[in-house]
Design a protein around this ligand. Structure first.
Ligand SMILES: [Zn+2]
Ligand SMILES: [Zn+2]
Length: 138
């Protein structure tokens, strides 16, 4: 029973961290922040908790094609802007994609059930570190 309580406490803290960050963190990032609080915590436990939260629909997993999956609170459909250099992800607010979904349906006949839209760029931090002519453009 106590074990069960501790597990749900960990899940609560994962949710809290996800609420308070706009970093779209990896499981490792969450683990680093929680391991002091929960000495028995393992990265596997973090993944397992995230899996449960994703299943519940509270959390969304971003399969961005990079090495590490990232996670965020499920805020509904929105567009991501991804830094090509460091992988930082920003949410784009207030972008209506209904028109795009309608066009997709009209042109392909598919019923649209979800979306994943990403724009790629170079963030201000990376740009400051990189000479202009060395930017990754493709
Ligand atoms: Zn960057
Ligand atoms: Zn997001």
């Amino acid at each position: 029973m106590e074990k069960k309580l501790r597990r749900s406490r960990q899940r609560e803290r994962i949710l809290e961290l996800l609420h308070y960050t706009d970093q779209h963190p990896t499981a490792g990032w969450l683990y680093d922040r929680l391991k002091q609080e929960f000495p028995n915590l393992s990265l596997g436990t973090v993944y397992r908790n995230l899996g449960i939260l994703v299943e519940q629909g509270t959390v969304r997993k971003l399969e961005s094609g990079s090495t590490f999956d990232r996670f965020e609170i499920n805020r509904g459909d929105h567009v991501h802007v991804v830094c090509r250099t460091c992988g930082r992800i920003e949410d784009l607010e207030m972008v209506q994609t209904a028109e795009l979904q309608r066009a997709a349906h009209e042109q392909t006949g598919m019923t649209i059930v979800g979306q994943r839209i990403e724009l790629f760029g170079i963030c201000d931090r990376c740009e400051a570190e990189q000479p202009r002519d060395q930017r990754v453009l493709s």
